[in-house]
Each structure stands twice: as structure tokens, then as C-alpha cells.
Design a protein around this ligand. Structure first.
Ligand code: NAD
Ligand code: UGA
Length: 447
């Protein structure tokens, strides 16, 4: 089988590499000439663990190809995936579907023979029907089906998520297209991955409902963390206590600086807008969007408070600027709120991130970018941990004490123990874990 993927970003490139690993002939297409040129010489445009090796392997096996020539790749494909961006539309927060619709037009004009057009981009309910209409109006004679196959991978663990997903959701309404999708995902049948076949609209909405629910879970625990700080409870233990209830589950209950990234912020907002257009009030998701926006701003206030009420003239070190570890993606990262607010209050910012600095340099102007953690800490009054990269999890605090001018440590990811840090002489604060919080004892510890 031969497939073409339009859009060679985080989703298109990972999906392309993984499908080719399944043995399928894949051509990844992009309008970005530089990106395709780089890929053709083995240069991977994004930071994603394991991706370079996987791309390398499948390019060598001649199953994975890269091109700017959409027409040729689409005309030869049995299935064409749309994996272009669907960012927030400026001004109103609806998903910007212009890239999806442009891709649909191009597919219409290039496809030959029966073709399955698969929408992998995250799109509001109804978009699949519109893609169908666009293709039909461009090419009334065309033989095709449009289906929805939303993607659930996470950046940083994208390959594992694609290769071993919790489920695959496919909105499809003809047997022929369903059979083709079954063939495509056959390797996942072997590991008994649930494959859910639904209507087009349902598949589109499963994606938004999932992201909105996960964003709600995070926002819920973040608010509980705020309460913990007021009443002397420990949010980490609360998350554990809640998570042990099988109906709740222990994932996505890690309190932090607010969710960021290329998806939760834009998808929660787009879902609210879709609902408004449908005359439905999604009060919970709306509250989540507001609470998360405020939370990111509150993180800067938290740093200012930890620094004694003012950061004017102080030097603050930020470790991590990406929205999560193991990615170079800066989209909607909490650091994009925190750093400008601290700058505005007169702080000098020194920062280090293992993979995000190239991108961050375009987005954040008043920052002294450093080569590593210890360089970033030189002469600083305070250290703020914004992203929980592994290399920040076991810092040498004896060394840090000698470099850091002050003793303030603000840990927005709860990677250190409050008691240990305080005993080591730091003015340590974290999220929802006041020093007098009780520690959860596992049954074995209690005995
Ligand atoms: P991205 O911005 O990284 O990549 C999109 C790519 O599409 C870009 O390289 C762009 O140049 C290319 N493109 C745009 N129009 C094109 C056209 N007409 N022809 C060829 N190429 C074109 O985006 P992404 O993060 O991969 O997200 C893609 C979609 O997948 C979005 O809808 C997103 O919400 C969804 N999604 C993303 C993730 C993630 O982790 N990033 C996970 C699940 C779903
Ligand atoms: C998220 C979803 O997890 C994927 O399933 C989905 O496919 C993707 O969005 C998408 O639609 O694009 P991603 O944004 O890559 O994936 O990363 P997550 O691990 O979900 O983290 C998102 C944000 O939430 C990060 O800022 C992270 O730090 C934060 N988070 C996550 C928390 O604050 N606490 C948690 O417990 C989990």
C-alpha cells in the first residue's frame, strides 16, 4: 500500500515514519522547501526522541520519502493523510482551517483512481463533510471517501504513542475505506489495540472531548494545589489518593504551571467556540480555559513573591522553557507568560533549555541564553524550574549553592522534596506542597 501525508510537522513526520516502519510506502509532503531539503539529507527538523533513527532506517529501506511535489505523491497514493496545522484563528479562537481546506483542494486536483482522504489534523466537528464538499466541487468525477482518524500522540513520546496507542479512532462510512484503514493499522491488531469505528462527526469530536477532559483534569489538580497551599495539605499525596481510585486513574494529575503546548490551549478554546456556534454552553471547558490562562500569569507573581515582593534589578535563572520535556516545541509554553512578566518587573533573565532555545530565541527577546544549567545560575538571585527535563532532576545543589547569589528556588514542577531543600538552606517553594503538608505513607511504609 502507498500513502501520502500532507504536512510534515510533529504529527505528519512521526506518523509517516511509523507507518513506514509498519512496512507501508510513505511519502511525506510539505510546502516548506527547507524542511524537505533537510529531511532529504537526513536532518530532522524537530526534537523528538527516537525519530532520527526511525526516519533513517525507513529512508534506507526506501519506504519513506520526502517531497514538495504534492501532485505526484497524491496521484500515486491509495490514501492521503491531511496532517497540516489547525492553529487558533486570530481574534476569535476558532480553529483556523485554511491549511486543511487548501490541502483538500490540492488533493482534489491531483488524485487519480479511488482515494481515501484521511483527516489526521485536529478539526472541529463538520470539517470532514466540508472537505468532502470541497473535493466534490473541484472534481465532480472523483472517486473518493473522506474519513477522520484523529491523532492522540504526545510530543516527547510520540513514537511509542503511535506504535502502541491506547486506541485508534476512525470515523468512516463506507466498507471500502474501512477495509483500507484496517489494512493500514493491521500491525496494531496484533497487539490488540482497540480500534473504534464511528461516524465522521463522532471521531472528530472524540478528539476534542479527550483533549478537553485531560486539560480539565490538569486544571482541577492545579486548583486543588492552590487549596493545599492555604490549608497545609500536600497535592502530590492527594493526586496519589485520588489516582488510586480506578474510576479516576492516576494520570494527568500532576500539578504545575498550567498546561501549554500546541494542542490543549488551542483545542479547548476551539471546542468552546464550536459549542457556541451550535448553541451549547460548555461551561466547564470555558472555565478551564480561563483558569489555565490565569494560572500561567500567576506563576510569575509566585516568583516575585518568593523573591520578597520585587524582582527589580534581580537576576532570575529559568531552567526549561519548552511546554514539557523531550520536545523543542515552544507553542503556548508557560515560559512565554512568565518571562515577559518578570522582564517587565525589572528582572534580568538567564535561561537554559536542552532543546528549546533555538525556537525560544525568536519568541523571547530579553533573555541571556546559556549553554548549561550551571552557566545559567551564575550570579543569580533565584532559580525557577519551569520544565521538568530529566537533567534538572538531579542537580548538584552543593555546587549550585556556591554559584547562586541568593537562595530562592521556585520549583514549578515539584521535582524536589520541600523538606530536603529547606534543610539544605534553600528558600524553596513548589506547587501545592507547603512544608507542613503531611506525607502519604504507602501501606508498606505504614507497617
Ligand atoms: P506542525 O505545525 O508541526 O506541522 C504542520 C506542517 O504542515 C508544517 O510543516 C507546514 O509547513 C505544513 N503544511 C501546511 N499546509 C500545507 C500544505 N498545503 N501542503 C503541504 N504542507 C503543508 O503541526 P503539528 O503539530 O504536526 O499538528 C498538525 C495537526 O495535528 C494539528 O491539527 C494538531 O492539532 C494535530 N495534533 C498535533 C499533535 C502534536 O503533538 N503536535 C498531536 C495530535 C494532533
Ligand atoms: C497532548 C495530549 O496528551 C495528546 O494525547 C494529544 O494528541 C496532543 O495533546 C494533541 O492533541 O496535540 P502534548 O501536548 O504533546 O499532548 O503533551 P501532554 O503530555 O499532554 O502535556 C500537555 C501540557 O500539560 C504540558 O504543558 C504538560 O506540562 C501539562 N501537564 C500534563 C500537566 O501540567 N500535568 C499533567 O499531569 C500532565
Amino acid at each position: 500500500m502507498r500513502i501520502a501525508i500532507i504536512g510534515t510537522g510533529y504529527v505528519g513526520l512521526v506518523s509517516g515514519a511509523c507507518f513506514s516502519e509498519f512496512g507501508i510506502d510513505v511519502t511525506c509532503i510539505d510546502v516548506d522547501v527547507e524542511k524537505i531539503n533537510d529531511l532529504q539529507i537526513g536532518k530532522i527538523p524537530i526534537y523528538e526522541p527516537g525519530l532520527e533513527d526511525l526516519v533513517d532506517k525507513n529512508v534506507s529501506a526506501q519506504r519513506l520519502h520526502f517531497t514538495n511535489n504534492l501532485g505526484e505523491a497524491v496521484s500515486e497514493a491509495d490514501a492521503v493523510f491531511i496532517a497540516v496545522g489547525t492553529p487558533s484563528r486570530r481574534g476569535d479562537g476558532h480553529a483556523d482551517l485554511s491549511y486543511v481546506f487548501a490541502a483538500a483542494k490540492e488533493i482534489a486536483n491531483a488524485m487519480k483512481g479511488y482515494t481515501v482522504v484521511v483527516n489526521k489534523s485536529t478539526v472541529p466537528v463538520g470539517t470532514g463533510r466540508e472537505v468532502e464538499r470541497i473535493i466534490r466541487s473541484e472534481r465532480p468525477d472523483a472517486n473518493f471517501d473522506v474519513i477522520s482518524n484523529p491523532e492522540f500522540l504526545r510530543e516527547g513520546s510520540a513514537i511509542e504513542d503511535f506504535m502502541r496507542p491506547d486506541r485508534v479512532v476512525i470515523g468512516v462510512e463506507t466498507e471500502r475505506a474501512q477495509e483500507l484503514m484496517n489494512d493500514l493499522y493491521r500491525p496494531l491488531h496484533l497487539i490488540q489495540t482497540p480500534i473504534l469505528f464511528t461516524k465522521l462527526e463522532t471521531a472528530e469530536l472524540v478528539k476534542y472531548a479527550t483533549n478537553a477532559f485531560l486539560a480539565t483534569k490538569i486544571t482541577f489538580i492545579n486548583e486543588v494545589a492552590d487549596l493545599c497551599e492555604k490549608v497545609g495539605a500536600n497535592v502530590h499525596d492527594i493526586a496519589k489518593g485520588m489516582g488510586l481510585d480506578g474510576r479516576i486513574g492516576n494520570k494527568f494529575l500532576h500539578a504545575g504551571p498550567g498546561y501549554g503546548g500546541s494542542c490543549f490551549p488551542k483545542d479547548t478554546l476551539a471546542m468552546v467556540r464550536t459549542a457556541e456556534s451550535a448553541g451549547v454552553n460548555l461551561k466547564i471547558v470555558e472555565a478551564v480555559v480561563d483558569a489555565n490562562n490565569n494560572r500561567k500569569k500567576d506563576m510569575a507573581k509566585r516568583v516575585i513573591k518568593a523573591c520578597g515582593g520585587s524582582v527589580a534589578g534581580k537576576t532570575i535563572t529559568l531552567l526549561g522553557v519548552t511546554f514539557k520535556p523531550n520536545t523543542d516545541d515552544m507553542r503556548d509554553s508557560p515560559s512565554l507568560d512568565i518571562i515577559p512578566m518578570l522582564n517587565e518587573e525589572g528582572a534580568v533573565i538567564r535561561a537554559y533549555d536542552p532543546a528549546g532555545m533555538d525556537e525560544a530565541k525568536h519568541l523571547l527577546k530579553d533573555v541571556i541564553w546559556c549553554e548549561d544549567t550551571y552557566e545559567a545560575l551564575e550570579g543569580a538571585d533565584a532559580l525557577v524550574i519551569v520544565t521538568e527535563w530529566n537533567e534538572f532532576r538531579s542537580l548538584n545543589f552543593d555546587r549550585i549553592k556556591k554559584i547562586l547569589k541568593g537562595s530562592v528556588v521556585v520549583d514549578l514542577r515539584n521535582i524536589y522534596d520541600p523538606k530536603t531543600m529547606t534543610e539544605a538552606g534553600f528558600q524553596y517553594s513548589s506547587i501545592g506542597r507547603p512544608l507542613d503538608g503531611k506525607r502519604f505513607l504507602s501501606r508498606r511504609e505504614a507497617e
